[in-house]
Design a protein around this ligand. Structure first.
Ligand code: HEM
Length: 437
């Protein structure tokens, strides 16, 4: 098992399946493979590349062959928080927003969330999407859970559509308009939002398709975005991912071990009874941020580093040290100039400069081909998590909007804000505490 996954244990973190739980109705070979993968995981074995060939051999001969750590790693569906928030970044991601169909209200929404939770729980355990044999598309056959996570959220309009405005938290008030916004309304917002992540592209697509089909006549797709990150094992050691500008991105995120982590990222219990359903939940701000890569790539590396305030090669702050060294925002060079420039992105987005405002950034990169003008349609599906957007994304983006050195090289093209309820307890569906309030 990779160190990366070990580090993630805790809320919504990935874990190996022991193979002893209830098996779904599906292909026997695959279930046996999962069972043996659990044994391998318990022994801490990383099987590397041999696993891929072994899976096929085992499918034919029915001899259980362990999956690699990548395939066999499983994130838990049930828990205090939904998976996909503190789970390590996965290699593939799909974001999909739905609007409830005309005529669909609270009853239909509750039935949908029950169906979706049921499917998500099964898929995350590496089982077929459908309990009826032959109904599963088969796209994920042969693969293990591959760290699949499915995370559900509700947009502001969901509460109007379901007659639940009395339970709508003020944190879901529309985001302010920022001067640098170039937002496309058709690719923004939505009644319902689903984030899918997995370390295998077919496993991720399988989940996307299953959830879309399960929406049936209750909800229609409003928009969909596809993203990616580093594949586990691609680097010599587990490390912070890079974005499409080549920067080490994610260094100064709040860390699950820190004393104020829970408070910053998750909604505490004990708020007003109307909003009690959000206990253990979090707010996701989603921005499709296009990178103007042709312009960015014309800069020298030194200039690129000044835009961010960190070294490109290893993510170390320009004030010195290594990636994990804290930024020294006051340190000046021999010429008296600040080593981390006054408009550097990492300086002006830091909690020190924003009254302590912090968020957990957990993005996917995207590449949707080449635009008509010949420039790459690529960038960041920026997703950040916080207990309250007014103490996270909003003040920080306000500040960035006023003078971020990165602004000339990016464009915010779509936006969404979603209330992501706490995790479902066993036997419960996600959002039940709201929909059955
Ligand atoms: C395409 C757009 C963006 C890119 C390429 C980008 C890139 C980066 C990079 C390379 C870092 C330094 C390493 C790190 O600590 O992760 C960073 C830090 C950070 N960024 Fe961004 N960022 C983008 C958009 C945003 C937005 C929209 C926000 C929030 C409104 C944001 C908030 C932050 C924060 C809070 C930090 C950590 C600052 C600290 O405490 O050191 N970023 N970003």
């Amino acid at each position: 098992m990779s160190t990366k996954k070990d580090d993630s244990r805790g809320n919504g973190a990935a874990a190996h399946r022991d193979g002893s739980g209830p098996a779904g109705v599906g292909d026997v070979s695959r279930r046996r493979l999962l069972g043996s993968a659990g044994a391998a995981g318990a022994a801490g074995l990383v099987l590397g590349a041999a696993g891929g060939a072994g899976v096929y051999a085992a499918t034919r001969s029915e001899v259980p062959t362990p999956l690699t750590a990548v395939g066999s790693t499983e994130a838990m569906f049930h828990g205090k928080h939904q998976a996909g928030i503190t789970t390590p970044l996965q290699a593939r991601g799909h974001l999909i927003a739905f609007d409830l169909a005309p005529g669909a209200g609270r009853k239909e929404a509750a039935a949908l969330m029950r169906r979706w939770s049921d499917v998500a729980g099964r898929l995350m355990a590496g089982e077929p999407a459908d309990t009826v044999q032959g109904h599963d598309t088969g796209v994920a056959l042969d693969a293990g859970p591959s760290s699949l996570t499915v995370t559900f959220g509700f947009g502001r309009t969901f509460f109007t559509r379901t007659g639940l405005t009395g339970h709508r938290p003020p944190a879901l008030d529309p985001l302010p308009v920022f001067s640098s916004d170039h937002l496309d309304a058709r690719r923004s917002d939505g009644d319902l939002w689903v984030q899918i992540g997995a370390d295998d592209a077919l496993v991720a697509f399988h989940a996307l398709r299953a959830l879309q089909k399960e929406a049936g006549s209750a909800a229609r797709v409003r928009w969909q975005m596809n993203g990616f990150n580093r594949t586990p094992g691609a680097t010599g050691r587990p490390m912070t991912t890079r974005n499409l500008m080549g920067q080490v991105d994610g260094t100064n995120n709040p860390k699950p071990g820190e004393s104020d982590f829970e408070k910053r990222i998750f909604v505490p219990a004990g708020g007003s009874s109307a909003h009690a359903w959000m206990a253990g939940g979090s707010y996701a701000v989603v921005r499709r941020i296009r990178m103007l890569l042709d312009d960015w790539e014309e800069l020298t590396v030194k200039r690129q580093e000044q835009v961010i305030g960190r070294r490109k090669a290893d993510g170390a702050p320009l004030s010195g040290g290594s990636e994990d060294t804290s930024m020294d925002l006051d340190k000046a060079g021999p010429d008296g100039k600040l080593l981390i420039p006054g408009n550097a992105h990492a300086r002006i987005s830091s909690p020190e400069e924003n009254g302590g405002a912090a968020m957990l950034r957990r993005p996917f990169s995207y590449h949707d081909g080449i635009s008509e003008d010949g420039t790459p349609d690529a960038g960041l599906l920026f997703i950040c998590w916080q207990a309250d957007p007014f103490k996270g994304f909003i003040p920080v983006q306000r500040k960035l909007d006023r003078g971020d050195a990165l602004s000339p090289f990016i464009r915010h093209e779509a936006s969404g804000l979603f209330a992501v309820p706490g995790g479902a307890a066993s036997g419960e569906y996600v959002g039940q505490r709201l929909l059955e309030a």
